[in-house]
Each structure stands twice: as structure tokens, then as C-alpha cells.
Write a protein that binds this ligand. Structure first.
Ligand code: FAD
Length: 503
């Protein structure tokens, strides 16, 4: 236990749970509040443990690592990690279809118009290469090559990267960091929660063995249990499973086989989809599926049949309901991570949501007690971000022309108005209307829309009248430049081996 100096006026922030969410909260709050402003305690139960999945991320995590001062090679080595340039989707639009959602775009605007309009124009003239051929992320990922963008020049530097990592090792890294900043860790199971009779605020957590922890502000990172937000404060759950019907997962590690790919693979299956996440010491695999369509045994068999290396144990079952708490900040409790909500890991957005939730909390939270307006603003922003990600995930299912019952159901269902508007606008003019607090920008939507062969009726008028021969040359030149740049990068496994191999 840390013996740090106590400041009598400091706010006592109590974090419930020591999974990825809990330790990210501890590390970030300790980084952005002085001990005189906030004293931070984290309670976790070794007996309950953590969910132990969550290995793929989005580029935003680089910002988190950088504010915590985690040096990239050390971080990748410590977490047995690898680099991620995007997600390869296999068999999504239809069986046999393959497309890539890369971190980056398809080049600069041409005559002030996004390149996908010009690509659509060339497609009318007979071009048959996918839009992904003009993504630097895919030029590298498709060749299993990697170098960070800062090592590249000009258009070949216009991409981003994220990581695959062992989330358990990442939590340990964050724990060391947080404890070094004075965060106190208490091991024990919380058996009771006491609230103030007047305000309804949570005041005290009662741990096994009659220990008590009092606090001013509570960050609920207790996972699916949602101990404070869901249970003690009874904030209702907004269920989205009618839009995202998968409700179970099986996860299993496998022995590393072949090269270390710098991308996550998501392969659609009859009743869900399978992930493949390459790490240094193993490959992470899982099957997300709808229990209304397939039994657990069938899901496990499908998962095991689709591995490219020997399984390192039996598949581990997990159950979930897709949706979110009606409010994320209620009284003096803020829910972060699985305690706040869950959406399937199709676009690796859960750790992102933890990070953005914490950034918002740190930005909005004053040193003194919180005004209800702050909670309302936190909820407005967080609900917006969740709903936009929800729409993006639903689109992956709704756009598919696969013919199994799950996919037919998703194609026929009524969509959220926001998504229906987005698709109708795309169909009419190849533009993607973006809402406030949208994580995925137009190139991400274009990757999924065109990847799943949703070809719009109209395109931009400038692209419509552009000279196809001039355009074809521009596209051919860019493609050749990206190919040369990618060939100049080292193989991804070699890059990892040389710069950030786990000891
Ligand atoms: P947990 O890891 O469950 O931690 C909960 C903590 O609360 C634990 O420390 C536990 O001991 C403690 N606790 C609970 N009850 C008590 C109690 N009574 N007393 C004391 N302590 C208690 N995210 C991604 O970003 N990328 C991915 O690729 C990805 N893949 C996923 C795949 C699946 C199948 C699932 C289900 C999730 C995936 N996620 C992914 C989400 C990711 O796993 C979570 O967002 C992340 O691990 C955070 O979990 P958590 O910390 O909220 O909860």
C-alpha cells in the first residue's frame, strides 16, 4: 500500500473495479489531478477477476499512452502487442467478399471533392479495383508491412495506427503507473453500498470483512455487474439487442501461426462473426453470435474450425446484452467501461469509449462538488457518442446481402432514424452526413458502404464531369506511389522483433 501524504481538503475519488476501465481511470485521474485536488482509491476483487478480453484498439489510444508518458516500443513489448492498421472484413457483404477499413483516407480531395466520388466515376468507366487499393493503410497491411507514419513522407504518411495487445498486461502497466502516482489499491469484494438518505448520493462501500470505504465521487468500473450505476442507483438499461442481436461470445487463444499481420480480421459467419487478433505470444480469437440462431456448442465448433493455429485451451463463453445505461453520470457516480454499456467488438470501440468517457470526466469535473448541469452535459455527449457507434455497427449487418436468417433479419429490420437518413443521403449523392460526436468520419463509412457494395445513385457533379483519362492517371500514380512506399517498409513481424519484442 502506498504511504502518500494526505491532503484534508482533497476530493476522495473511489474507483470500483480493476479491469481495463478501472486502471485507465486511476492512471488518468492521478495524471490530471494533484494529490491536493483528489485522492484516488481503487477497489478490486481478485476472486471476481476481470473479463479478460479486449485486445484490439483504435488510434486514439496513442493519445492516452502519450499523456501517461508510455514509450511506444516499451508499451508494445510489455503488452506482447502488435501494430494495427485497420480491420479486414471477410465474407460480410456476401460470402467471398473482402474489404478493409483502414486507419486513414483515400487521398486528398481532387478539385475539392473527396476521392471516393472520383473512384465511383471511374468505376462507371470499368475500373474494377476496390477503393481500398487507394488506402495507404491497406497498401501496407495487405503486404504484412509496417512502419509508423512519422517514418514515411508525403501521401505515404497519411495513415494512423493502433495496437493489438494483451489487455491483462496493459492493466498491469497502468496499475504500476497509477500506484506510482499515489493511487491506493484495496483488494476485496464489495458486499454493500450505503447512500445518503437526503441526497441519494453514494457515501460508503462496505467490503467483506466489515471494512468500509467512504468517498465523494465514485467511478463505477465494476464490469457487467454495474454495481453502483445499475444496481445501487437502479439506472435503467437501454436495450439495443433488437438492432444488434448477437448476445454471446466464445473466446480462445491459439498458437501463433504464420506472419504477424498488422490488422484485425473479422470474418462473418452464418450466425455472427469471428475475430482474429495477432499478438506476439499468441493469437486472440473469438466468435460473436446470436444465441437465437446457434447453440453454444455449435459456436465453439465454428470458432475452433476457423483457427489458423492450435487452440490453447477450451473456448470461454461470455454473455452480454447490447445497449447502454440510460444515464452514465447519476448523482455522484459515473459509469465507465462495461458498467456503462456494451457494444460488440466489431470496430474495437470499447476501450475507445472508456478513454473518451474519462477524458470528458476529467475535462468537466471541477475540484469541488459537481453541479447537475455537468452530469447532464456528460450524459448528452456520451449518449451521442454511443449512438453514433451503434449506428456504424448496425450498418455492418444491415448492408449485408448474406442469406442466412440472422442476416436476413438484420436487412429487414427498421433502422434508427439517424442511420436511415445517413444511408438515404449516401444513396442519393455519395455523401455521408455526420452528426455531432461522431467517432467514425466519412472515410470509415465509405470503407464499409463501398466494401459491402452499397453503390450510390448519384455522385458529386464535379467528379461526374471530370475527364476519366486524367482521373485514371491520377489514381494509377497514387496507387503506384503507395505500393512503392509499402514495399519500402519492413515486414511487420520484423519491425516488432527489432523495435519492441517482449523480453
Ligand atoms: P472488467 O474487466 O469486467 O472489470 C471489472 C472489475 O470490477 C474487476 O476488477 C472486478 O474484480 C471488479 N468487481 C466487480 N464486482 C466487484 C465487487 N462486488 N467487489 C469488488 N470488485 C468488483 N474492447 C476493445 O476495445 N477491443 C476489443 O477487441 C474487445 N473485445 C471484446 C470481446 C468481448 C467478447 C467482450 C465481452 C468485450 C470486448 N471488449 C473489447 C470490451 C473490453 O473487454 C472491456 O471494455 C474492457 O475490458 C473493460 O472492462 P471493464 O474494466 O469495464 O470490466
Amino acid at each position: 500500500m502506498n504511504q502518500t501524504r494526505q491532503y484534508p481538503g482533497a476530493q476522495h475519488v473511489v474507483i470500483v473495479g480493476g479491469g481495463t476501465a478501472g486502471w485507465m481511470a486511476a492512471a488518468l485521474i492521478a495524471r490530471f489531478r494533484t494529490p491536493a485536488q483528489a485522492r484516488v482509491t481503487l477497489i478490486e476483487s481478485d476472486a471476481i477477476g476481470t473479463i479478460g478480453v479486449g485486445e484490439a484498439t483504435v488510434p486514439l489510444i496513442q493519445h492516452l499512452n502519450s499523456v501517461l508518458g508510455l514509450h511506444e516500443p516499451d508499451f508494445v513489448a510489455a503488452t506482447q502487442g502488435s501494430f494495427k492498421l485497420g480491420i479486414e472484413f471477410v465474407d460480410w457483404g456476401r460470402v467471398g467478399n473482402r474489404h478493409f477499413h483502414g486507419f486513414g483516407d483515400y487521398g486528398a480531395d481532387i478539385d475539392g471533392v473527396a476521392p471516393h466520388h472520383h473512384w465511383l466515376r471511374l468505376r462507371r468507366e470499368g475500373l474494377d479495383a476496390p477503393i481500398g487499393a487507394w488506402s495507404m493503410a491497406w497498401a501496407a497491411a495487405g503486404r504484412d508491412r509496417f512502419a509508423p507514419p512519422q517514418a514515411m513522407k508525403g501521401p505515404a504518411a497519411a495513415f494512423k495506427h493502433a495496437y493489438h495487445f494483451d489487455a491483462g498486461l496493459y492493466a498491469q502497466l497502468l496499475r504500476r503507473h497509477a500506484e506510482g502516482k499515489g493511487v491506493q489499491r484495496i483488494e476485496g469484494r464489495i458486499a454493500g453500498v450505503t447512500r445518503d438518505g437526503e441526497s441519494g448520493d453514494v457515501t460508503t462501500l462496505v467490503l467483506d470483512g466489515d471494512r468500509e470505504v467512504t468517498g465523494d465521487l465514485f467511478v463505477d468500473c465494476s464490469g457487467f455487474a454495474s454495481l453502483l450505476l445499475g444496481q445501487a442507483l437502479a439506472v435503467p438499461f437501454v436495450d439495443w439487442s433488437h438492432w444488434l442481436p448477437c448476445d454471446r461470445a466464445m473466446a480462445v487463444g491459439s498458437r501463433r501461426a504464420g506472419r504477424l499481420t498488422p490488422f484485425t480480421r473479422a470474418t462473418a459467419r452464418a450466425a455472427g462473426w469471428q475475430w482474429r487478433i495477432p499478438l506476439q505470444h499468441r493469437t486472440g480469437n473469438g466468435m460473436v453470435y446470436a444465441s437465437s440462431q446457434i447453440s453454444d456448442d455449435e459456436a465453439a465448433a465454428t470458432l475452433l474450425a476457423g483457427l489458423d493455429g492450435e487452440a490453447l485451451g477450451d473456448p470461454r463463453p461470455l454473455r452480454f446484452t447490447t445497449g447502454r445505461r440510460a444515464r452514465f453520470w447519476e448523482r455522484n457516480v459515473i459509469g465507465i467501461g462495461l458498467a456503462a454499456g456494451f457494444m460488440e467488438p466489431l470496430e474495437s470501440t470499447s476501450i475507445q469509449l472508456i478513454q473518451t468517457g474519462l477524458a470528458r470526466l476529467i475535462e468537466l469535473l471541477p475540484s469541488g462538488s459537481a453541479d447537475p448541469a455537468i452530469a447532464a452535459e456528460y450524459n448528452r455527449q456520451t449518449i451521442g457518442e454511443y449512438e453514433r457507434i451503434r449506428d456504424f455497427l448496425i450498418a455492418h449487418y444491415a448492408l449485408s446481402s448474406r442469406d442466412e436468417p440472422l442476416w436476413r433479419q438484420c436487412r429487414a429490420m427498421a433502422l434508427p432514424d439517424t442511420l436511415a437518413h445517413k444511408l438515404a443521403t449516401w444513396d442519393a449523392c455519395a455523401r455521408v452526413p455526420l452528426y455531432d460526436l461522431e467517432s467514425h468520419q466519412e472515410p470509415s463509412w465509405v470503407a464499409i458502404l463501398l466494401g459491402q457494395e452499397r453503390v450510390p445513385r448519384g455522385i458529386d457533379a464535379t467528379a461526374d464531369t471530370a475527364d476519366p483519362q486524367v482521373l485514371a492517371k491520377l489514381f494509377a500514380d497514387r496507387r503506384a506511389l503507395l505500393a512503392r512506399a509499402a514495399e519500402s517498409m519492413p515486414a511487420h513481424d520484423l519491425f516488432v522483433e527489432r523495435t519492441c519484442r517482449a523480453l
